[in-house]
Design a protein around this ligand. Structure first.
Ligand SMILES: [Zn+2]
Ligand SMILES: [Zn+2]
Length: 466
């Protein structure tokens, strides 16, 4: 197995030759990377491709972002004839498309299947779950997670990973815990990078390293939450149905959905009736089913249409339209209305003060203000209006805590650089930056604090004047 991606890239021609040789000599071919089995492949908690790439990097003890930059991007972009994106921008913003549809995801899957000698990594992408819908709006910009799942897995010493379900834009609640997914770190408020960098581990914030799991919180009795739950439980049941069908029959095609809907709308002259029921305009419904140049709605809009009509996408694909018939007969109004935007509720001052005090006294972890707002179920703006001083103090403390964590991390890196410099010197070699870097995680010497620590170690060895 390889030690670093740079090493692996250098091995590429040799590997091809050895694969050919092994084919000739009937020796079983070996994969270049660990052939990790994807997690929970049979369930709605199946792993995402970007989560799998993170895990590959961590298993090989290299930064997942550096791994992608050296092992995946150059080959995929060359095959697609496209310019190479910067590794940082790719890891933070663009890598999500690896989980989606289109040539980039297809090429990424093919390469990873070949590097790991697996045949099933395409299952970690959207087409093998929701079929051939355009990817528009299906995936989040950055990963979300269920803090309760993470805390539970860690407690049970089970592997921490990133399910594809958490990447769906439409999924906002964990079906196992009935609690909201988070997408901002409770400590530093940052969104998560899609591919992690050098110093984080599974389940940790990619910016400040805080563990992203949390213990149970209660949302019962909150009417907004209950309404959201009905909708989300239906979404999960539909995703489950699509997944099961996709597993049994292969990639789903949406063409029958629009064909059957078009036939129904024409035969029953139901455009206006269904427009009234669903809140989707007649013009939009016409565009959905235009045979010459159809305009595919987003996955979210399609599911909302089906939810209000009490029909599943699969039923429409199979021309089982009884429920659609009932919905259009209802004509106006509907009894399964979609959750509305949360209404601003009267602020419970006592409850807010209790949490503020707990955070300020250190009885609670140093939450940022958006995390406090989320815990209390109010929006940030309301909290800042009602409690300007407390909010300012909480923000100040959260910033100080982040600064302290950063300093601790840099001190740790500095000590690692010092130890590596002393080790290279003790082995009789010159402790150049390159030699020291070879003992550290990729990119470690790019951090300014590492260079400071390296110069200090050289001075300690008498190799550099003060
Ligand atoms: Zn959960
Ligand atoms: Zn963080």
């Amino acid at each position: 197995m390889i030690d670093s991606p740079a090493f692996a890239v250098r091995l590429l021609p040799f590997w091809r030759e050895s694969q050919e040789a092994s084919q000739e000599s009937d020796t079983p071919a070996r994969s270049r990377l660990y052939s990790l089995a994807p997690y929970a492949i049979e369930t709605v908690f199946r792993e995402s491709l970007t989560g799998y790439i993170n895990r590959l990097g961590w298993t090989h003890h290299i930064s997942p972002r550096a791994f992608a930059a050296e092992m995946i991007l150059p080959h995929v972009m060359r095959d697609l004839g496209q310019p190479l994106p910067g590794a940082a921008r790719f890891g933070a913003h663009e890598a999500m498309s690896l989980n989606g549809t289109g040539p980039f995801a297809t090429a990424g899957v093919a390469l990873l299947n070949s590097l790991t000698m697996r045949t099933d990594l395409q299952l970690l992408t959207l087409p093998w779950w929701v079929g051939d819908l355009p990817r528009r709006g299906q995936l989040r910009a950055t990963p979300a997670w269920c803090p309760l799942c993470l805390a539970e897995w860690r407690k049970q010493e089970r592997p921490l990973y990133q399910p594809l379900l958490w990447m769906f834009h439409i999924v906002t609640i964990c079906p196992r815990h009935r609690s909201p997914l988070l997408d901002q770190c409770p400590c530093c408020q940052k969104r998560q990078m899609i591919l992690a960098t050098t110093n984080t581990q599974p389940g940790e914030c990619t910016s400040c390293g805080t563990f992203l799991g949390q213990d149970a919180r209660s949302f019962s009795g909150d009417p907004d939450h209950e309404q959201q739950m009905d909708w989300q439980e239906w979404v999960i049941s539909v995703l489950n149905e699509l997944l099961t069908t996709s597993q049994a029959c292969g990639q789903l095609q949406w063409e029958p959905f629009f064909r059957h809907l078009a036939n129904y709308l024409k035969a029953h002259q139901a455009y206006s009736k269904l427009a009234r029921v669903t809140g989707i305009t007649r013009q939009a419904l016409h565009r959905w089913v235009k045979s010459d140049d159809p305009y595919a709605p987003t996955f979210q809009t399609l599911l909302k249409f089906c939810y209000v009509c009490k029909v599943t996408p699969l039923q429409v694909m199979r021309n089982q339209l009884d429920h659609l018939q009932q919905a259009s007969l209802r004509g106006t109004g509907n009894d399964s209305s979609l959750p509305q935007r949360p209404v601003r509720r009267v602020v419970d001052r006592e409850c807010c003060q209790a949490l503020f005090q707990a955070v300020l006294d250190g009885r609670e972890e140093p939450l940022g203000i958006s995390q406090v707002a989320q815990r209390l179920g109010y929006d940030e703006h309301s909290l800042m209006q009602h409690f300007p001083q407390e909010c300012a103090e909480i923000t100040r403390r959260a910033k100080a805590y982040r600064k302290q964590r950063k300093e601790q991390r840099f001190a740790l890196i500095g000590e690692q650089v010092r130890q590596a410099t002393l080790a290279v010197h003790a082995s009789g070699h010159s402790p150049s930056q390159h030699a020291v870097q070879s003992l550290l995680l990729p990119g470690a010497m790019c951090i300014p604090e590492s260079k400071v620590a390296w110069h200090a170690a050289l001075r300690e060895l008498g190799l550099e004047s003060r």
